[in-house]
Design a protein. Sequence first.
Length: 232
Amino acid sequence: MRLLHVPGVFQPRSDTWMLIDAMRRQALPTGARVLDLCTGSGAVAIAAARRDTAVTAVDVSRRALLSVRLNAQLNGVRVRALRGDLFDAVRGERFDLIVANPPYLPAKNDTLPARGRARAWDAGRDGRALLDPLCATAAAHLQPGGAILIVHSSVSDLTTTKRSLQATHLSVDIVAEHDGPLGPLLHERRDLLYDTGLLEPGAASERIAIIRGVRTQEATATATAAPAAATR
Ligand SMILES: C[S@@+](CC[C@H](N)C(=O)[O-])C[C@H]1O[C@@H](n2cnc3c(N)ncnc32)[C@H](O)[C@@H]1O
């Protein structure tokens, strides 16, 4: 894949490629609808479009949209690029696969950056400002049998993500994981992470996981039979 770098747009890193690998291994029906949330450069969307799928890419950043459009053209694939906050731009739509590498780094405070590079990674004090609404809403955007793949760091509470996906009747598993040293941004913030208990004092590594939630046929039947249960 060839990628042009648009200044100010998150450049693909190792977790981007982990997500692409997991996405390639995910079985998809012919002509599947795929949503790449928080698309950044568009690398994941383009990899998906190469599988003969109908891909929508969403990002809140105008520069990211420019990037995904340029890069899709460069790679000879079609991607529908929409600007919006998480699922806002695809209200009422359902997908066979949703992929997301959202901002997930714990930050000094809960105010999310409205612009600038940090918008790609800052996610409030617990790192869950985007993960929480994403987990709560994903099931409503999945076709029966559809799946979501989310990039996750061990510092932003994998257990809460599992539970909130399960609360919406998705079946959850981990499809890839990798232990490694803290990335440069987390390394800079390690004292904050020790103070807030998000990292064991002295720890210098994190686990990156790809978590999958699947909307099984049984779960769909349960959700249809008792819609109120899913929201309580
Ligand atoms: C960690 S980057 C991931 C980029 C790309 N998917 C990748 O894996 O390389 C996160 C992206 O989320 C976007 N973003 C931040 N807040 C968002 C929101 N509320 N809704 C949609 N996209 C958002 C940022 O602009 C950034 O491009």
